[in-house]
Design a protein around this ligand. Structure first.
Ligand SMILES: Nc1nc2c(ncn2[C@@H]2O[C@H](COP(=O)(O)OP(=O)(O)OP(=O)(O)O)[C@@H](O)[C@H]2O)c(=O)[nH]1
Length: 309
C-alpha cells in the first residue's frame, strides 16, 4: 500500500495559510491527485472551510488547538481520512498559534508509521508582521521564531507590502534562524507545487515543550449580528478596538448593500469581499486577553446605532 503524503501548514494568524492552501489545491487538481484537508481553528465556527472546494474531503478540528488540547482528535481524524478515502496527500492547516512540532508529533504516531509519509512543515510568514514583531508580546515573538526555526520550507509572504531594502534584511534574519530550510518569497502565497514537494522532514532539534497558549491567553470570540451594520460605524469600531485583537474573519451585512461581505482583518488591514451566497452574519475574533463582555456590549451598541433611524 502506498503511503499518503502529509504536509503541515504553519504560520501566525493571518499570514496566508488559507490562501496558500487554495493555491495548492488548484494545482493539485490540475495534477488529478486526490487530496484531503484537515483544518484546525481556535474558534467554535470555521470561516476558512468555505474556501475549500466541495469535492475535497475536509475534516475540521474546532474550538481548540491541535498542538495541545485536541492532539488526540487529530489522530482520530487522520485515521478516519485513511479509512474513508484513497488519497495521495493530506494537508493540515494549523491554527495561527500552533506549535508545528507538536502537530508533527501527533502525525508521527506509530499508528501511522506505514500509512503516512510526512513531507514536512511549511511555515508562512507575514513579512510585515515579522518586520514589526517587536510590538508583539515576548511569547508571541517566541512562537513566530519557533514556527520559522522548525520549518522545512519558509514562505516569506506579503512581500508586496515591503520595500526592497527591507526584504534583504528579513531574508537574512530568517536564514540565520533556519539554516537547513528552504526560503521562498511570495505574494498571495503564490508558489509552484514543485517547490513544495519532495521535501522530507529533517531531524528536529528538541524544543521546550511550553504550552504557548497558556501563556498567551489567546482566545477566540464569536459574534453574530442579527441586523445589517453601518460601514462607517464599523470602521470606527475597528480603529478603536484593542490592538490585541490580531485577527477577525467572517461574514457581515452592511446597511448600504443587499449582499453579505466576507470580511478579513489581519494586522490592521481590513478586506471586504462581496459574497454571492447567503451567509450567517458571524464574525470570529482572535486575540490575546480578549474581554468578551466588553466586546459583546460594543458590538451590540454598534448594531443598535446602525439601525437607529
Ligand atoms: N497584501 C497581501 N495580502 C495577502 C497576501 N497573502 C494573503 N493576503 C491576505 O491576508 C489575509 C489573511 O490571509 P489568510 O490566507 O486567510 O491567512 P491565514 O493564515 O489562513 O489566517 P488564519 O487562518 O486566521 O490564521 C487575507 O485577507 C488575504 O487575502 C499577500 O501576499 N499580500
Amino acid at each position: 500500500m502506498k503511503s499518503v503524503e502529509v504536509y503541515i501548514l504553519s504560520g501566525f494568524l493571518g499570514a496566508g495559510k488559507t490562501t496558500l492552501l487554495q493555491n495548492i489545491l488548484t494545482q493539485e487538481k490540475q495534477l488529478e491527485r486526490k487530496i484531503a484537508v484537515i483544518m484546525n481553528e481556535l474558534g467554535e465556527v470555521s470561516i476558512d472551510s468555505n474556501a475549500i472546494p466541495e469535492e475535497t474531503p475536509l475534516k475540521e478540528l474546532l474550538n481548540g488547538c491541535v498542538c495541545c488540547t485536541i492532539q488526540g482528535q487529530l489522530e482520530v481524524q487522520l485515521e478516519n481520512m485513511l479509512r474513508e478515502f484513497e488519497l495521495d496527500a493530506i494537508y493540515i492547516e494549523t491554527t495561527g498559534v500552533a506549535h508545528p512540532i507538536e502537530v508533527l508529533d501527533a502525525c508521527m504516531s506509530p499508528l501511522f508509521a506505514e500509512k503516512l509519509s510526512i513531507q514536512g512543515i511549511i511555515t508562512i510568514i507575514d513579512a510585515n508582521r515579522w518586520k514589526d514583531r517587536s510590538h508583539l508580546s515576548i511569547q508571541l515573538r517566541k512562537l513566530l521564531i519557533e514556527q520559522v526555526q522548525h520549518a522545512d520550507i519558509v514562505l516569506l509572504n506579503k512581500i508586496d507590502q515591503l520595500k526592497e531594502a527591507e526584504q534583504a534584511n528579513i531574508v537574512s534574519e530568517v536564514q540565520s534562524l533556519n539554516t537547513n530550510g528552504k526560503l521562498l518569497m511570495t505574494e498571495f502565497a503564490n508558489v509552484p507545487l514543485s517547490q513544495l514537494r519532495n521535501y522530507h522532514v529533517t531531524s528536529k532539534s528538541p524544543h521546550q515543550k511550553t504550552h504557548v497558549h497558556q501563556h498567551l491567553h489567546m482566545r477566540s470570540f464569536v459574534h453574530t449580528f442579527s441586523k445589517p451594520i453601518d460601514l462607517d460605524a464599523f470602521e470606527q469600531f475597528l480603529k478603536e478596538m484593542p490592538d490585541t485583537i490580531y485577527r477577525i474573519k467572517g461574514y457581515i451585512r452592511f446597511t448600504h448593500s443587499d449582499k453579505p461581505f466576507l470580511f478579513q482583518y489581519s494586522y490592521g488591514m481590513p478586506l471586504y469581499m462581496k459574497e454571492q451566497m447567503n451567509r450567517k452574519n458571524t464574525l470570529v475574533f482572535i486575540g490575546e486577553n480578549l474581554n468578551h463582555q466588553v466586546l459583546e456590549t460594543t458590538l451590540l451598541q454598534l448594531e443598535r446605532h446602525s439601525n437607529d433611524s
